[in-house]
Design a protein around this ligand. Structure first.
Ligand SMILES: NC(=O)c1ccc[n+]([C@@H]2O[C@H](COP(=O)([O-])OP(=O)(O)OC[C@H]3O[C@@H](n4cnc5c(N)ncnc54)[C@H](OP(=O)(O)O)[C@@H]3O)[C@@H](O)[C@H]2O)c1
Length: 309
């Protein structure tokens, strides 16, 4: 049994904290808002961007799981202090820092995404993510912290709600047999990383020092288009065929006036307009976690949403 600090309790932080607790580890979670106690999980309310407070919360932990993120429209100003605070807590306590990252840092690329691609993004959010990893790796190479970054594509599965493309805006409509409208080309192959596999990869890499000092892609089922994912969910839910429409760019532009999320997603719209495929073969060659079979993903996701709508 070891002791873990999970920073953030969005879908990934919650899945990771619960997995660690199920495995019998000591788990402490920090968020600014705090939470009611849960079995096996201690919740603390604090701002993780304040290094003294985060370091205090991390004392005794073997790993710090960085699963918090500011809202997308505040990344340029809010990420740097949060990242610096995570580095400071890792350095002061000696805990390994496991950063949960995404794929924005690569920018638009042709072909499958591997970890050895340059972090060549030019957009603000991509540059923010790239800079965090570049600083983290420099600190690791200087021997000041031990860090690993685990990168996932768009989350899918139980526990993914408002922040997911195939989640709150889509799954309840499928369960009701209604049409869905989606961002980008509904027939472009896309990788969807199953949330329990994200948690599994954070936990596995925290415990294996062979993982530290570099980035890894979370094992992810073979890419499927939005239409194929909707068909899979509809088949599982036995709702009959669901019509999938592409949101017209003009509607998206208008919606962006009211939705900060849609507005911020303009920078990474390329991920949905053409194939966007994650390659996790390096992870699979080194470690034991494998992507959950997609049929199991559909079953668990439909069951989770059925209990909620
Ligand atoms: N969503 C996806 O599809 C996806 C895909 C790949 C990678 N990722 C990455 O995975 C990470 C986690 O994403 P997520 O969607 O699970 O979580 P999220 O929805 O971004 O959750 C944010 C969590 O972080 C906490 N938080 C934010 N700022 C904080 C601060 N200063 N101090 C303490 N807690 C703070 C929030 O709680 P309070 O507001 O109460 O503080 C909340 O619990 C992010 O870095 C994201 O970019 C996401």
């Amino acid at each position: 049994m070891s002791s873990h600090l999970v920073v953030g309790y969005g879908p990934a932080g919650a899945a990771t904290a619960r997995l660690l607790a199920e495995q019998g580890h000591e788990v402490r979670v920090v968020t600014r808002s705090g939470r009611a106690p849960e079995p096996g999980i201690e919740h603390l309310a604090l701002d993780a961007a304040v290094p003294e407070r985060l370091t205090e919360a991390a004392r005794g932990a073997t790993a710090i799981h960085g699963c918090a993120a500011p809202p997308l429209h505040r990344w340029a100003t809010a990420w740097p202090p949060l990242a610096s605070s995570l580095f400071a807590a890792a350095e002061a306590t000696g805990a390994v820092l496991v950063l949960l990252g995404n794929l924005y840092g690569y920018g638009p690329v042709d072909g499958p995404l591997t970890e050895d691609l340059p972090l060549a993004a030019t957009g603000t959010k991509g540059r923010v993510r790239a800079a965090i990893w570049e600083q983290a790796r420099a600190l690791h190479e200087a021997g000041r912290i031990r860090v690993v970054e685990v990168r996932a594509c768009d989350f899918f599965g139980p526990g993914v709600t408002d922040g997911g493309h195939l989640a709150a805006r889509v799954v309840p409509r499928i369960l009701a047999g209604r049409s869905v409208s989606v961002l980008g080309d509904p027939d472009a192959p896309h990788s969807w990383t199953y949330l329990p596999d994200v948690a599994g990869a954070l936990v596995e890499t925290a415990a294996d020092e062979r993982a530290w000092g570099r980035a890894w892609h979370v094992p992810t089922a073979p890419a499927r288009s939005v239409r194929q994912m909707v068909d899979g969910l509809a088949a599982e839910a036995k709702t009959g065929p669901i019509t999938v429409r592409r949101l017209p760019p003009a509607v998206l532009g208008l919606a962006g006036l009211f939705s900060p999320l849609l507005r911020e997603l303009r920078e990474v719209r390329y991920q949905f307009d053409r194939p966007f495929v994650l390659d996790a073969s390096a992870y699979e060659a080194a470690f034991t976690l494998r992507a959950t079979p997609v049929e199991e993903q559909f079953r668990a996701t439909v069951e989770w949403w059925r209990a909620r709508v």
